[in-house]
Design a protein around this ligand. Structure first.
Ligand SMILES: [Zn+2]
Length: 650
């Protein structure tokens, strides 16, 4: 909103206003910037992986049993771990995320109270090491500390490609709905199991922190890439959907279901695989044995998750990817979610989002994209997302697009979510903006989400965050955001920063080129914040130190003001002299518009260099007409902290 200031004419002055003295210090905004992570042979100055970049890998083979009577998962797991680093590893760190549910978990100190619902976490039946030297398997020497386990090796694991295997037998009680990201719960007709963080997995050993052992106290994950083969045995009346590709449909599905899946693979319209009417029909499951084993496989992934239920309705449709590639969108949901208002459109939403993100940013690499209606809602895993049973319409579209968008950040681009929430939630919230704008001509758009403010649209909603003295900066460790400010800063401020970068600073052509290269360069790898900053500068073609410092490392605000406008020698025919003051510490490219009496106007761009050595800028503009007003940011596209000084009006 613009507040217009009426001013009296005095002498030759047409427009005059009082601005507070400039507090802006150019030497702060434009000082040289040292980014947090260094340039070396692993990470190049152009933001791409360096010639010496390395990354360790972990392949998993897991045989799990889902015991729905005891509410317990038990499994045997073999991890093949390859140490590609130049370092010898005397020990290995493994993540045990189920231990977050223990009564003595460290995470309780975050919530300020002991859990009322808790579990024993992961219970080991055995942990063994099989050295790569073909020596026999031997009992592992390990200690457990909160959500981590350190295995101390008898022989250090050599670098440059040496490998070993870890054999683990374990079980854990499956949390109820209170489990949050993983749970079992009761829908109208039966139980739904959302199984995530369900196996011990390797912590990341990287060139930035060595073993990155931040405990699981609430923030998400940082995981190695590898190939997964996992087998889940469950009661035969259950349907299971999981990350990756189902390898044995002939053993776990009916002939009809296999035929319908084949049909879905060539259909852009959603095809029912199991209808609501078939849920109570025993013929909708193979007969014969009391349990069935489902085998899933997934390549180049950092994680896998699955859902199981006897009451899933199931539908699917083809996903069309660049260069003729295909994938499959699928949704499973209980009967209460059926209908075009609700989950009847989930697969359509999923398909559109995956196709759009693939076209715009990077082709979706996985064989399926699955949306599950259950109790662990609003959570993402590679190729599978968990959303809410009651989600409907716009809400279901938004959450589906958002959660599957995480397949790009952080599932393909493997950022460290536990340290850098903004490279996960911020990037993903940013790409959501364009998906909402494009789906059916923007019927569910615009999505410029800020739960921080009730209603309103950027750029002004962000001002509440920028002016909140309690607001952390974007470069805050993920667990360090107070609950109230986690979403506004790590999702919204970060996403809006990318939007400013794309639409106001670089322009879409330069931004998209650089961002796509960043995604390609870091697909299935581990970029740091500095890699992103350098990549956008180098390929975007702009020194952005002022923006990283102002927006990501500080909560600086922008406040530009029209300070003065005078006709040259008191005569409008000789031109008008306009003075703009920069009062805030944040600078962005801006525009001044001079409106003339005949309805015409003239625009003058103010690049950020305007402010590189000064806080006030006076320019002279030709004017054949008396002027009506001088306006800053006429299209209302930048977050100016004080709009009352953005206009001078006759
Ligand atoms: Zn998210």
């Amino acid at each position: 909103m613009l507040l217009l200031t009426a001013l009296a004419l005095a002498g030759g002055a047409v427009l005059t206003a009082q601005a507070p003295p400039p507090a802006y210090d150019p030497s702060k905004t434009f000082a040289p910037l040292t980014l947090p992570e260094p340039i070396n042979s692993y990470r190049s100055s152009n933001g791409a992986p360096g010639p010496g970049y390395w990354q360790n890998s972990a392949d998993y083979e897991i045989h799990a049993n889902l015991d729905t009577t005891r509410k317990q998962l038990s499994a045997t797991e073999v991890i093949t771990y390859v140490n590609n680093s130049p370092d010898m590893l005397p020990s290995l760190w493994v993540q045990l995320d189920q231990n977050i549910y223990r009564k003595d978990a460290r995470s309780n100190s975050i919530f300020g109270r002991p859990r009322t619902d808790f579990s024993d976490g992961i219970v080991f039946d055995s942990v063994e090491i099989e050295p790569g030297s073909h020596a026999a398997k031997a009992k592992a020497d390990y200690i457990v500390s909160d959500t981590r386990m350190q295995i101390r090796l008898a022989e250090p694991l050599k670098g440059q490609g040496a490998l070993l295997k870890i054999h683990i037998q374990y079980h854990y009680p499956i949390p109820g709905v209170w489990g949050g990201r993983t749970s079992w719960g009761m829908s109208k007709k039966g139980e739904i199991y959302d199984m995530a963080q369900w196996y011990p997995r390797m912590a990341v050993y990287d060139d930035l922190h060595g073993w990155d052992t931040l405990p699981y106290i609430g923030s998400e994950f940082y995981l190695e890439y590898g190939h997964f083969d996992y087998y889940v045995t469950a009661p035969s009346n259950m349907l299971i959907v999981g990350s990756g590709e189902l390898k044995n449909p002939q053993e776990v599905l009916t002939k009809t279901q296999i035929e319908r899946l084949t049909q879905a693979r060539s259909s852009d319209k959603t095809v029912m695989i199991r209808t609501p009417e078939e849920i109570d029909d025993p013929a909708s499951r193979p007969r014969g044995s009391s349990t069935l084993t489902w085998h899933f496989h997934m390549d180049n992934t950092r994680d896998v998750a699955f859902s199981a239920s006897s009451v899933f309705v199931w539908d699917a449709a083809r996903i069309n990817l660049p260069d003729g590639a295909k994938s499959l969108a699928m949704s499973v949901y209980p009967v209460e979610s059926v209908g075009d208002e609700g989950w009847g459109r989930s697969t359509e939403y999923l398909k559109h989002a995956v196709e759009q993100f693939s076209r715009k940013w990077f082709p979706y690499p996985y064989p399926a994209a699955i949306n599950v209606a259950g109790f662990s809602t609003g959570m993402e895993y590679p190729g599978i997302v968990f959303d809410g049973i009651p989600d409907k319409g716009k809400q279901l579209f938004w959450i589906t697009a958002h959660e599957i968008g995480h397949s790009w950040f952080p599932m393909i681009v493997g950022s460290n979510e536990r340290r850098n929430a903004w490279m996960d939630e911020g990037f993903n919230t940013f790409i959501d903006i364009y998906e909402s704008d494009e789906f059916q001509g923007g019927v569910y758009g615009p999505k410029r989400d800020s739960e921080y403010s009730a209603g309103g649209e950027p750029p002004d909603t962000i001002l509440k965050v920028l002016n909140d003295p309690a607001a952390p900066v974007i470069l805050t460790r993920a667990d360090g955001f107070p609950f109230r400010l986690g979403h506004p800063v790590s999702y919204f401020k970060a996403a809006y920063g990318l939007r400013l970068l794309r639409e106001q600073i670089l322009g879409p052509e330069r931004f998209d080129w650089a961002f796509r290269k960043y995604i390609r360069d870091w697909a299935y790898k581990h970029p740091s914040p500095s890699d992103f900053f350098r990549a956008m500068e180098s390929e975007g073609g702009e020194d952005l130190a002022y923006f990283w410092r102002g927006w990501f490392m500080n909560n600086w605000t922008l406040d530009m003001a029209v300070k003065d406008a005078q006709y040259v020698k008191g005569d409008y025919r000789q031109g008008v002299s306009v003075t703009i003051a920069n009062l805030g510490q944040l600078v962005l490219p801006n525009t001044v518009q001079v409106n003339f009496e005949d309805g015409s106007n003239a625009r003058v761009p103010l690049p950020v260099e305007t402010w590189i050595s000064k806080g006030e800028y006076t320019f002279t503009l030709d004017s054949k007409q008396p002027i009506l007003s001088v306006v800053l940011d006429p299209d209302h596209v930048i977050p100016d902290n004080d709009r009352t000084n953005d206009v001078l009006k006759k």
